[in-house]
Design a protein around this ligand. Structure first.
Ligand SMILES: Cc1cc2nc3c(=O)[nH]c(=O)nc-3n(C[C@H](O)[C@H](O)[C@H](O)COP(=O)(O)O)c2cc1C
Length: 268
C-alpha cells in the first residue's frame, strides 16, 4: 500500500515499539496469538484488593507503551496517561478516589486524561513525525487531511462560531450524501476525547493482564481534585483512574457477570 492510502505508516517504529517489520494478523494467529489473547482477556477482571508486591518499572513502561498502540481518531491521540509515581501525589489521588480499596491497595496508579484540547498540538507533532521533521513532503491527500479536513472538524472558539459553521455545513452536506455528523459542539468534542482515552485505558488494562497483573478502572473519583494534583489545565478531563498490582483472590467481588449475547450483539 502506498503512502497515499496508508499515511500513518510505521508509527510503531517512530514510537520505538515493535521496531522493524510491521506485524500483520494472518491465518497463523489463530494458533499463535489467540490463546494468549484469550487468556489475558479473560484474566482481566476488576480486582479491588492488591497485595504488597511491586510491579517492576520495566513492566510498567512496557504496558504503558502498549497502551499507546490503541487506535485514535485521525491518529490524534488526544489523551495522556499519568503514571503517578510521587508518593504524596499518589496519596492525593487515592483520597480523590475516596480511598476505595482498589485505589488504596494499588501498587501503581495511572490517571487516564482526555485531552481534546491538544488536538492541534498533536496534529503538528504528527505531521512533523510523518514528514520526518519536514524533510519528506506529505502526499497531497494526507496534507489536505491534516491541514484542511481535520481542522474543519476539530477547530473551536470561545464564541461557538466554528460550531455554528460546522452545524450548517454538516447538515447541508449531509442532505445529499453520507457526511460526518459529529463532533459539532463542545459536548461532542468532550465525548470525542473520552473515546480516545478510553481505548488507551482498555489497551493498558489488557496489557497489564498479559503481563500478569490485575487492574481496576475507577470512575468513582473526584476528577477536579485529581486535575489539581496533576496540575492539569481546565480543558483536560479525567476519564478514569486505573489501579494495578498483584490482585488477591478476595479482590474479585464475585464471578464475572455479563448480559446475554443477544442483549448486546445485534445481527442486522
Ligand atoms: C469507566 C469505568 C468506571 C468504573 N469505576 C469503578 C469504580 O469506581 N470502582 C470499582 O470498584 N469498579 C469500577 N469499575 C469496574 C466495573 O465495576 C467492572 O468493570 C464491572 O463490574 C465488570 O467487571 P469486570 O471488570 O471484572 O469484568 C469501573 C469500570 C469502568 C469501565
Amino acid at each position: 500500500m502506498s503512502d497515499t492510502f496508508n499515511p500513518l505508516v510505521n508509527m510503531t517504529e517512530v514510537l520505538g515499539h515493535n521496531t522493524g517489520k510491521e506485524i500483520r494478523p494472518d491465518e497463523t494467529f489463530i494458533e499463535t496469538a489467540l490463546p494468549g489473547f484469550k487468556l489475558a482477556l479473560n484474566a482481566r477482571r476488576s480486582n479491588r484488593i492488591y497485595d504488597d508486591e511491586k510491579i517492576p518499572e520495566e513492566i510498567m513502561r512496557d504496558c504503558l507503551k502498549d497502551a499507546l498502540l490503541a487506535p485514535s481518531s485521525s491518529n490524534l491521540q488526544t489523551y495522556e496517561l499519568y503514571w503517578v509515581r510521587d508518593e504524596d501525589k499518589k496519596k492525593e489521588v487515592q483520597h480523590a478516589c475516596f480511598n476505595q480499596p482498589a485505589a488504596k491497595t494499588a501498587a501503581e496508579i495511572i490517571v487516564v486524561v482526555a485531552r481534546g484540547d491538544l488536538w492541534d498540538v498533536n496534529l503538528k507533532k504528527l505531521v512533523h513525525i510523518m514528514s520526518r521533521g519536514g524533510i519528506k513532503e506529505l502526499p497531497k491527500v494526507v496534507d489536505d487531511y491534516y491541514h484542511k479536513i481535520t481542522p474543519m472538524i476539530m477547530k473551536t472558539d470561545a464564541f461557538g462560531i466554528y460550531n455554528l459553521i460546522r452545524r450548517v455545513r454538516f447538515w447541508y452536506k449531509g442532505l445529499t450524501k453520507p457526511f460526518v455528523r459529529t463532533p459539532i459542539n463542545k459536548a461532542d468534542h468532550r465525548i470525542y476525547a473520552h473515546i480516545q482515552s478510553s481505548l488507551a485505558a482498555q489497551t493498558l488494562m489488557l496489557s497489564l493482564a498479559a503481563h500478569g497483573y490485575d487492574s481496576c478502572p475507577m470512575g468513582g473519583m473526584d476528577g477536579l481534585r485529581i486535575k489539581k494534583t496533576l496540575g492539569l489545565p481546565r480543558q483536560a478531563e479525567v476519564s478514569m483512574v486505573i489501579s494495578t498490582g498483584r490482585g488477591k483472590t478476595e479482590g474479585l467481588y464475585g464471578a464475572r457477570v455479563r448480559l446475554g449475547f443477544d442483549d448486546l450483539i445485534k445481527e442486522v
